[in-house]
Design a protein around this ligand. Structure first.
Ligand SMILES: C[S@@+](CC[C@H](N)C(=O)[O-])C[C@H]1O[C@@H](n2cnc3c(N)ncnc32)[C@H](O)[C@@H]1O
Length: 261
């Protein structure tokens, strides 16, 4: 299993926030303390986004309530994600105002579908959904672990930093899923994926873990019926469908999958 060592990963510098940057143009003639119109506009935009995200957080935590400790971890994760997002595309920029409902609550809803699960594997974690969120939710549970598999080095570096700042039980694998998944050491209770691949491919990725007793929870969109029809051509499966709490999507639950001969 490939793992990169820690160290050397630095978050990209973020844009100035409200109040920052004032007077920075002094050398160029701006009065100390006076922000340039450009900086003021950026600061105002950041402040407006802060308010929208704060309101969205309240809505998200109604959909998927968490403990005070988990909320604090998630706050740290969101702050880090917003800092890195300026240089690395971790989520679609259009979804930034709905970071909490669209990404955090979407991820958290999986916990209720596998309440006893402590050992998770998230495939194609990208910016950390659902993997980092699950790791935050699992922190403090004895024996908990969340494996995050991601093949892009920059995203894996972000995931490692997110696990560090949230002090959550995540293990980041900079790897191809196909090379890595059957090398995850120790049993896995639940394997997850969101926005990674069509269902029939996801089942192929997850099958080694399903065979060892894991449950699969895949976050899918509205076209889930078509994906299930396609998957049934390759796999004997008995899927359970759960309607998403956070939008029009579905969660596909599988407890076994057998390749059709
Ligand atoms: C569209 S993003 C989704 C990220 C995240 N799960 C989410 O929902 O926000 C898919 C991620 O999976 C990663 N990925 C795709 N195929 C992969 C593979 N075969 N092995 C490892 N990572 C993969 C990509 O690099 C990308 O970061």
């Amino acid at each position: 299993m490939k793992q990169r060592g820690s160290g050397g990963d630095r978050p990209p510098s973020r844009r100035p926030r409200a109040g920052e940057g004032a007077g920075r143009r002094t050398e160029l003639g701006t009065e100390p303390g006076a922000a340039s119109p450009k900086i003021s506009k950026a600061a105002a935009n950041d402040k407006a986004l802060d308010s929208i995200i704060a309101a969205d957080k309240i809505a998200a935590l109604k959909l998927a309530p968490v403990s005070r400790e988990t909320e604090e971890r998630l706050d740290r994760y969101i702050a880090l994600l917003r800092a890195w997002q300026a240089k690395t595309n971790l989520v679609a920029p259009s979804t930034l105002p709905q970071l909490w409902t669209r990404h955090i609550a979407d991820s958290l809803q999986l916990v209720d579908l596998a309440p006893a699960a402590k050992r998770w594997a998230d495939l194609g974690s990208g910016g950390g959904f659902p993997g980092v969120v699950l790791a935050c939710a699992m922190a403090g549970k004895p024996g908990a672990s969340v494996h995050l598999v991601e093949r892009i080095a920059k995203k894996a570096a972000f995931l490692r930093e997110a696990i560090r700042v949230t002090t959550s039980p995540g293990v980041v694998h900079l790897a191809e899923i196909g090379d890595n998944v059957d090398r995850i050491t120790g049993p896995v209770d639940c394997v997850t994926a969101r926005a990674l691949a069509p269902l029939h491919q996801l089942i192929g990725f997850a099958e080694p873990l399903l065979r060892q007793g894991a449950k699969a929870l895949f976050l899918k969109g509205q076209d889930v019926e078509a994906e299930l029809t396609e998957a049934a051509k390759y796999w004997n499966i008995r899927p359970q469908l759960h309607q998403s709490r956070t939008g029009d999507g579905w969660i596909v639950e599988l407890n076994a999958a057998e390749r059709r001969s």
